[in-house]
Design a protein around this ligand. Sequence first.
Ligand code: ZN
Length: 300
Amino acid sequence: MPLPLVHHPDYDAVSVADAHRFPMRKYTLVAQMARRAGHMLLVPEPAGFGALETVHGRDYVAAIFDGSLERKAARRIGFEITPEIAARSRAAVGGTCYAARFALEAGAAVNLAGGSHHADANGGAGFCVFNDVAVAAEQLLAGGQVKRVLIVDLDVHHGDGTARIFAGRGDVFTLSMHCEDNWPTEKPPSDLDVGLPRGAEDGVYLTTLRQVLTQGFELATPDFVFYNAGVDPHMDDRLGHLALSDGGLAARDRLVAEFCAGANVPVCGVLGGGYSKDAEAVARRHMFLVEAMSGICVPA
Ligand SMILES: [Zn+2]
């Protein structure tokens, strides 16, 4: 089976200008790159109110849908909440839910968006409106398709929203490996947290990751994995503070794929962050995830 890849045209909120430090264009670019590489792209249904409410408070979801979110809360997110931003946020959640279902069959699938790990039950932050991975995890668990979910979050920023949402839950294990000296300053505990020092390079990163994945898989004993493959640990990233090379990021994605395949656990990848000035370079780095996951798809 070819790797199921999910993309929705609404992922790219075109009114967010190139000057914004969030490189919105990367979603269109990575979809183009995937098509050029011969992939078919699946189009998801945007998430509905009911699905979002399994994770987020009703008032918050309503405020995003009708554009009434107060200014201060919107500032924490970093986007003005327009109908376009609401649509992209719903599409991204729908995309992760859709990819997760395909991953159950194919062994692996990728949503070419998502990874909004700073959003929690009560609101959004850091460019994250809805926590797509949390909604998708709840959906799989509620459907009985899986019993124990492991969330491997390798975005350079701590997965604070996800940690808050699943604190104390026995059926979801949260793992975050990030740069310790970076936003968010408050890092509520995940089930397994590893904070790397500023400037960490490929060697130390990959050695640490192998140990962390070994430990995470042992403790979580998952039957499903979500992988946030943010490319903001890259040395050129404006918000990252780590120093991985392109080769290091590609090796990282292969290592995660190898662990999932080795444990015979399906994995749903999501893009996460990436804030280099060059949106084309960011999109190219996100393709490492597509390549790594293609390598572990169940053969047709
Ligand atoms: Zn990030």
